[in-house]
Design a protein around this ligand. Structure first.
Ligand code: 16G
Ligand code: ZN
Length: 517
């Protein structure tokens, strides 16, 4: 390491005095103007991580659904997963080191994490459409450069696209080509194959209105459109040419406020969906004939996908183990439907994609979704091999056809992380194949009335939780009070948890009526 160069470059990206930040659930996230030094240093860290695991590492500049003035950064591990938890601490240390401690901090990380500094480093970079993202990604590049890492700047990409190309690169192309064309080709080919088999071809495919949150989703969907079959009619709204990112629109806005985004004119029973600012979340919705708004959230998406996959798995007749992973926020009706009607095991884990992803890896087919619309499906290597073999070799027609559908689902789903584009195509394919309308899908179960609030307290860390954040262990007496309240109402459930991304405590409650919730 050239310590003079490090000093010189670091001085160009000075840390504001007294500022400390933490690598949280979604990496670093705060006001964009506070992040320049963090970007430079995450460039450094990506090089170290790359040397440590001798693979390409991804680094994404985005603050997802947060306001346009914010920004953030997160690292992507070799197979497209979130950065390994053991390195989150190093990220925090490096971001908070004072200028004169920087070199020493790097040396310490190298020792603790057994980084062989002689190894080559390779980093893939991507960014969202925020005005601050371009300059911040240049700071990332400075960090990579000063430690002698190789890099490829993918420029404007969705978060899931960057996860995808990182995975492709590290699996020698087994997962696909590490380019955006490769991504579009793989997904559109699988999608085209799938909808070929739909009898209601054309009709139910028409008119999907997509609210792109004035973000990257609009750009990338436009790029993808030429690859998609002509029957797919998508109309993009909030494409970022007029309004601000995430402002009164996007998946988070729609989910939190349970109302349509601004800038999308909705007619009764039209199929609509919203992406978030970096296109890793999606929710569907429609307005019924009486003008009532119906949200179809991540829980309903998980249910639709599970119904579809379960039918196929039964048809192929292999004993492949399927499960659904949710968080405490999953509506009680969805859990009950999955367990009792569909007879699929459900597991509850802590909030945050890494926890869901990790749990879902335990099954042959692991479906995971957060209620907020982030989710995907993971297929084990063994399951994938079996399915691909059956799709080719199976003599029984029905079994073989079912295996082919599963094979195309495997290719259509972005298994590295939740992906609004991929999830949208999965949902559209399932609706077409099953000939379902949004209303029919919505009617699979009825959500329990619920309420989600946040409050600011002096110190949110006094609340500690257990049982996948469903019970508070501290402060003493809190859980007993919640239990006493919950006992009074039918079908009720409630929990409090400290947020991992904001200085607030979140309170969730559901019950048989809205008033009781
Ligand atoms: C982050 C998480 C998301 C989670 C949310 C909860 C990732 C990539 N994103 O956005 O999964 O739902 O935080 O935030 O893990 P909270 O802890 O503030 O409730
Ligand atoms: Zn996002």
């Amino acid at each position: 390491m050239d310590s003079e160069a490090l000093k010189k470059y670091s001085a160009l990206h000075p840390k504001p005095a007294g500022l400390t930040l933490q690598y949280g659930t979604a990496g670093f996230r705060t006001k964009a103007e506070q992040l320049d030094h963090v970007m430079f240093r995450m460039g450094l860290l990506a090089v170290l991580r790359s040397k440590a695991v001798v693979s390409t590492i991804g680094i994404m500049v985005t603050a997802s659904h947060n306001p346009e003035e914010d920004n953030g950064v997160k690292l992507i591990d070799p197979l497209g997963e979130m950065l390994h938890p053991s390195w989150e601490e190093y990220a925090t240390q490096l971001a908070n080191a004072e200028e004169h401690e920087l070199q020493q901090t790097i040396t310490e990380i190298c020792q603790k994490a057994a980084v062989n500094q002689q190894k080559d480093a390779s980093v893939f970079i991507g960014r969202d459409t925020r005005p601050s993202s371009e300059k911040l990604s240049q700071s990332v590049i400075d960090g990579i450069f000063v430690l002698g890492g190789q890099y490829h700047d993918y420029g404007l990409v969705t978060t899931p696209q960057l996860h995808y190309v990182v995975c492709c690169q590290n699996t020698q192309g087994q997962y696909g080509k590490a380019t955006l064309e490769g991504y579009y080709e793989k997904l559109s080919k699988a999608f085209t194959e799938l909808i070929k088999q739909s009898s209601s071809s054309g009709k139910s495919q028409k008119h999907l209105k997509i609210d792109c949150a004035n973000g990257i989703g609009a750009l990338k969907l436009s790029e993808m459109e030429p690859y998609l079959p002509k029957e797919v009619l998508i109309q993009l709204y909030n494409d970022g040419t007029k309004e601000k990112l995430n402002h009164l629109c996007g998946a988070d806005f729609v989910k939190v406020h349970q109302k349509p985004p601004r800038g999308l004119d909705m007619k009764p029973n039209e199929r609509c969906c919203s992406f978030d600012g970096d296109a890793d979340r999606i929710v569907y919705y429609y307005q019924d004939a009486t003008g009532l708004f119906h949200l179809i959230d991540g829980d309903k998406i998980a249910t639709l996908i599970s119904i579809f996959l379960k039918e196929l798995l039964v048809k192929v007749g292999q004993s492949l183990k399927m499960a659904v992973v949710q968080t405490a926020y999953a509506n009680g009706s969805s859990t009950r439907y999955l367990e009792e009607t569909l007879k699929v095991p459900v597991h509850c884990v802590k909030t945050g994609v890494k926890h869901l992803h990790h749990k879902a890896q335990e099954f042959d087919v692991g479906v995971y979704f957060e209620a907020n619309g982030h989710g995907t499906v993971l297929f084990s290597k063994a399951a994938e091999t079996k399915i691909r073999h059956l799709a080719k070799e199976e003599k029984d027609n029905e079994k073989r056809e079912a295996a082919k559908v599963l094979e195309n689902m495997i290719d259509l789903i972005n298994q590295t992380v939740g992906d609004a584009v991929s999830d949208m195509l999965v949902i559209e394919a399932i609706l077409a194949l099953k000939g379902l309308t949004l209303q029919q899908w919505d009617a699979v179960y009825t959500d329990l009335p619920n309420r989600l609030l946040k409050i600011q307290v002096a110190d949110r860390r006094v609340i500690d939780t257990t049982d996948a954040e469903r019970r508070a262990v501290t402060p003493p007496g809190l859980q007993e009070k919640i239990d006493a309240l919950v006992k009074k109402y039918k079908l009720s459930r409630a929990f409090v948890r400290p947020s991992g991304t904001e200085d607030v405590v979140r309170i969730y409650a559901e019950a048989d009526t809205q008033v009781r919730a």
